[in-house]
Design a protein around this ligand. Sequence first.
Ligand code: NAP
Length: 353
Amino acid sequence: LTATILGVTGYTGSLLLRMLLQHSGVDTIVPVSRSRGGEALAEALSGFPATASLKLASQSMVSSQDAEGMPTNVVFSALPHLESARAAVPYHKRRLADGSLVFIDLAADFRFRDADVFSAAYGQAPPSVPADTKVAYGLSELHRDEVRNADIIANPGCYPTATLLALLPLARAGALSGPIVVNAMSGITGAGGKLAADYLFNNRSENAKAYAPGSAHRHHPEIVEQLRAGWPGADVEVDLIFVPHLVPMRRGLAASIVAPLGRGWSDAAIAQLFADTYRDAPFIKLVADRVPATADVWGSNRCDIGWRVERGRVLLFSVIDNLIKGAAGQAVQNFNLRFGFDETSGLPLQAEA
Ligand SMILES: NC(=O)c1ccc[n+]([C@@H]2O[C@H](COP(=O)([O-])OP(=O)(O)OC[C@H]3O[C@@H](n4cnc5c(N)ncnc54)[C@H](OP(=O)(O)O)[C@@H]3O)[C@@H](O)[C@H]2O)c1
């Protein structure tokens, strides 16, 4: 298969390149850069070896315009939101013409079912998609069937991935009520590679803070929409308080969640529910009453989940590497599901030291 990567110079784009170069199902990669088209890949990506890779369709980065005319089976878009939807337009046309191209978006553009919710969060209407286009929310473990049949796979945000993998099984089982409180900590790479004073080393090292608390962060409506879709009964109001924090590390995301439980939910009942839900999920590690750490999953596509029941509430602890399970790794996992490869192909199961 041929895979195109849009935004290959970014954090997640360069990780996609690294993973797809090792993927046995990918023969050719088209590396696309809006800003550095024509530049040698080995020059622009300092971690990339000087020797040519036979898998690359071009040893230089390809401009967005040139890429649109090159053959491909799957496009991974690692662009900022709304840029991604713009870049997708010519590929929608090609899919309509040949019926097979799959678009996997790491941005938020195709994640929402409710257009008004998207508009409120992102300040403009969501992109339109051609009629009959199948769009899946790509939370791999919990949306496998939709992902297997999708034309567009909307990879979830990093905070929603860690939060929903812990909460959604309980919501689906009717175990939860509100208010649900999610305190989450992210490494600085979660903000991407843009230059801003807030992300300078001197302003972030030895410094942690909450930001966009309550319902102000764009991942709040994304988590709520997905919980509502899984919650038994129609038109439920999901009462969620989401408090993200920036903490002084490069990679890693930890979500600590507290939610009231319905009657009869014990540690053992939750253990059974998670064991049933994640029976065939190689990237989910259930650690029961041990609290997992971001270092346990650093560099891997895993999500480790711990839990504890106290006084009618569940405490859930979920950790991921934001750049892997929270972005590029889950995108490759979705690619594996969609194209029928083993779910673990090309993906790290083990954390790096
Ligand atoms: N970082 C995370 O932890 C994370 C987690 C989940 C989802 N995501 C999503 O994944 C996407 C990529 O994130 P990232 O962290 O890889 O970002 P990044 O490091 O900032 O890279 C984004 C890349 O997009 C390209 N680009 C094209 N048009 C652009 C524009 N108008 N402004 C800025 N860049 C533009 C640039 O590459 P070229 O110039 O080479 O084209 C840039 O390197 C985003 O939508 C982000 O929300 C990120």
